[in-house]
Ligand binder design. Structure first.
Ligand code: ZN
Ligand code: ZN
Length: 303
């Protein structure tokens, strides 16, 4: 029996998912999503299996679900004018090769550890019971995870560009100089685990420190982070892209430059690390670095 809810005394003779949902429907104070969540865990009846299946399915559905519109856009000539590297539309063959590799990685690298996630949650106190925390609590935690993951990604991604790390690990991700949605998770297994820690490990550390985290918040966070990663690799820059309204947001404009120039623009979600540490890629970053070097050289000369 699931422990997603504390009191099953009012439940009797439930065998189908519909009956389970109807039983939760009688409980006051639970919203639609909480009822669905609780019904899912109760109906499955095995919390370890339920969490593993949920996370694997959510990951596959959202990742590929988000990639499909980009693959369709690649086939519609109208959108070519928004392609950042407009001469490099990925061929069907390239997309197919990438899809096979990403699927293999999902099943070999991620499908196994995902089943240990629920026991880990129980051990460190990530709650999965209903009701959920307030929307404000969840939003604040997701915002913190975005900021921390971005810092983690900046430093470890930058480190992956050094010598042997690049040669043996990160080079795989740079196979496509003009990225497309599916390439977001096209990477060496070591990189998947190292950069994946920023996504999965940071909430775990957060919970170890604060003792306050819900599994649903982790789901929302992973979903948004997946969308961010796929969109950053889309290769498209629109007049309505988020960074035009939120200038600190990185987006495809920022990450495409990284793939194009192989150096600079290492952060994932925001622009501040690359801006402050002078590692912005592309002509804009290059000219600002050159200007700084010139100033340095002239000040040396005058000494
Ligand atoms: Zn890189
Ligand atoms: Zn990339």
């Amino acid at each position: 029996m699931s422990t997603v809810y504390h009191d099953y005394s009012g439940f009797s003779n439930i065998t189908t998912f519909g009956e389970t949902y109807a039983a939760f429907g009688n409980i006051e104070g639970l919203n639609f999503i909480e009822k669905l969540w609780a019904s899912y865990y109760t109906y499955i009846g095995n919390d370890i299996f339920a969490t593993g299946l949920l996370f694997f399915t959510v990951h596959e559905a959202l990742y590929f679900g988000r990639c499909i519109p980009w693959a369709i856009i690649d086939r519609i000539p109208y959108f070519n004018k928004y392609k950042i590297q407009d001469t490099k539309i990925p061929s069907n063959q390239e997309q197919w090769e990438c899809l096979k590799s990403v699927l293999t990685s999902h099943f070999l690298v991620e499908a196994f550890p995902i089943w240990f996630f629920h026991p880990l949650c129980q051990k460190i106190g990530i709650s999965y019971q209903v009701p959920f925390p307030t929307v404000a609590t969840m939003a604040l935690q997701v915002a913190v995870f975005f900021v921390l993951e971005d810092a983690w990604h900046y430093w470890f991604h930058r480190a992956l560009h050094y010598g042997v790390f690049y040669k043996y690990i990160h080079k795989q991700h740079h196979r496509y100089a003009a990225p497309f949605g599916l390439t977001a998770e096209y990477a060496h297994p070591v990189e998947v685990m190292l950069l994946g820690f920023g996504t999965v490990g940071i909430p775990i550390v957060w919970c170890l420190i604060t003792g306050d985290l819900h599994l649903f918040t982790v789901c929302i966070w992973i979903a948004l982070r997946l969308f961010q990663a796929v969109d950053a690799h889309s290769g498209y820059e629109f007049p309505w892209s988020l960074h035009h309204f939120l200038p600190i947001w990185a987006g495809a404009d920022h990450h495409d430059e990284h793939h194009h120039h192989f150096i600079g623009s290492y952060a994932s979600s925001f622009r501040w690390w690359d801006f402050l540490l002078d590692t912005e890629a592309g002509p804009k970053g290059k000219s600002s670095r050159e200007a700084k070097m010139k100033v340095k050289a002239e000040s040396k000369k005058s000494i």
